[in-house]
Design a protein around this ligand. Structure first.
Ligand code: NG1
Length: 460
């Protein structure tokens, strides 16, 4: 079992100073309490494979250096007290034996509770102890770099350690993917797996059901650069994300029914592909031939599945769905299935030795962005502009990363072009734009990133 090990003492690494400072701040914040542990969960940048984890398909992200860290100690009673070094995040407390998670608020505190709840669910027979926690985070929020999942993972990890629970990294990743759904988004598990299972120096191919990861060595001579579009989208506060999940489910159910299989049990494209023993390309062709381009209404989908709209809603959707909602089934399936193929190709190219592999990887990233923008409609004007500028500035490929509708892009750049690329993007997107916010945030909005390591914990 690849369980989370707890090292003794703060490691000598580039984070050493920040860790020590956080321990100092904990002592100031909770003067009567001796800090006992520190744990860390990184964010991730997804290199390719967007919006397909919840369809059951493999994705290819890497962990980033930006992270969430927590210093904590057991409390005598049931109370969990949490505070954050950033004063914009209000401190608070809750009873570990009795609390609920608010769908509506979707603020940092609720994400922390999600992680605790995940451990409560799995270890329902244990009486969990309260704790005092101080959090520090460096992942930009609502930027597609998984700050929310890193917080959920960090909270769950702290809860296990505080209660002497040993858990494997894979179990923790799976549990966190489930419990983050308490906040209302129906994500697929990429972020939590990347945070828990990453190895320093490698990107990773993550496959689901069962959760498996394979290290992917990125070609020598390339750099990945993250750039922030400086627009933020809180996916828990809008319904874009969950509508996409519903569209993929409904499309799968229509195709499943058309093949005479049970649409109530097959809910993800990958499950259908497996049941039919087809390749991704065969399923893609069948989807394109079977689904029309005009958006579907709930009435039409219910009619195709021979059920009432009420029954369809209860089996496949959330009760809160707007009954007038139209569903883009054909476009979404084209994106999902072509993107699933691009991920496998990206991995193959990384493993190969072809002389033009950087160009091929870049081209796959460009295709992915176009597909996200035109078929999945999860880009934004700013992200389209930013990725265009990145390509004009020397990137071999550039794409939005994470859920989209705002947030960050990731670009593949030749190592020798890196400085020039950063200068050009800085000038064109940030300094010479009419938006004063871009100019003021230029310095913190572009950074090259290397594959970082996953979670770890330290006894203080
Ligand atoms: P971010 O970028 O963290 O909002 C979300 C989902 C992922 C995945 C991507 C799109 C969660 C926690 N994360 O990521 O699972 O579906 O969108 O590829 O819901």
């Amino acid at each position: 079992m690849d369980s989370v090990s707890i090292a003794d003492g703060i490691p000598q690494n580039p984070n050493e100073e920040r860790f020590k400072q956080l321990v100092g701040k904990f002592r100031t914040k909770y003067p009567d309490t001796q800090p006992q542990f520190l744990c860390r969960a990184p964010g991730r940048v997804n290199l390719i494979g967007e919006h397909i984890d919840y369809c059951g398909y493999s994705v290819l992200p890497m962990a980033v250096d930006q992270d969430i860290i927590a210093v904590f100690a057991a409390n005598d009673g049931n109370e969990v007290q949490i505070s954050n070094t950033d004063p914009i995040f209000k401190e608070g407390s809750f009873d570990i034996g009795n609390f609920s998670i608010s769908y509506e608020k979707s603020d940092w505190f609720e994400y922390f509770k999600c992680g605790v709840q995940g451990i409560r669910d799995k270890y329902a027979d244990r009486k969990l102890k309260g704790m005092k926690v101080l959090i520090d985070g460096t992942i930009p929020r609502s930027a597609g770099l998984s700050s929310s999942s890193a917080l959920v993972v960090c909270a769950a990890l702290a809860t296990t350690i505080n209660n002497g629970i040993t858990i494997s990294k894979s179990d923790l990743a799976e549990l966190c993917a489930e419990c983050e759904k308490y906040i209302g988004t129906q994500g697929g598990g990429m972020d939590q797996a990347a945070s828990c299972l990453a190895h320093s120096g490698s990107a990773m191919l993550i496959s689901f059901n069962p959760l498996k990861t394979q290290d992917v060595t990125l070609p020598v001579g390339c750099a990945f650069v993250v750039t922030h579009s400086l627009t933020e989208v809180n996916k828990a506060a809008t319904d874009h994300f969950n509508i996409r999940v519903s569209e993929c489910r409904l499309a799968t159910q229509i195709l499943t029914h058309a093949k005479g299989l049970d649409w109530r049990t097959i809910r993800k494209p990958y499950e259908l592909q497996t049941a039919l023993e087809w390749t991704i390309t065969e399923l893609e062709k069948f989807a394109i031939d079977s689904l029309h381009e005009v958006p579907y209404t709930l009435d039409e989908v219910a009619g195709l599945l021979n059920v009432s709209v009420d029954e369809l809603i209860s089996v496949s959707l959330k009760a809160t769905i707007n009954r007038e909602q139209k569903f883009e089934l054909c476009k979404r399936m084209k994106h999902v299935l072509s993107e699933a193929n691009r991920v496998l190709l990206f991995k193959q190219v990384c493993d190969s030795n072809t002389h033009d592999r950087l160009e091929t990887l870049g081209e796959l990233m460009n295709q992915s962005h176009n597909s996200c923008s035109r078929l999945y409609e999860c880009s934004s004007t700013e992200l389209d502009e930013l990725t265009d500028i990145c390509r004009q500035s020397g990137a071999l490929g550039s794409r939005l990363t994470g859920a989209g509708w705002g947030g960050c892009a990731v670009s593949l750049v030749r190592q020798e072009d890196l400085d020039k690329f950063i200068r050009n993007v800085r000038d064109k997107f940030y300094l010479n734009s009419n938006d004063p916010k871009r100019a003021s945030k230029a310095d913190q909005s572009i950074f090259p990133t290397l594959p970082g390591c996953g979670i770890y914990a330290v006894r203080l």
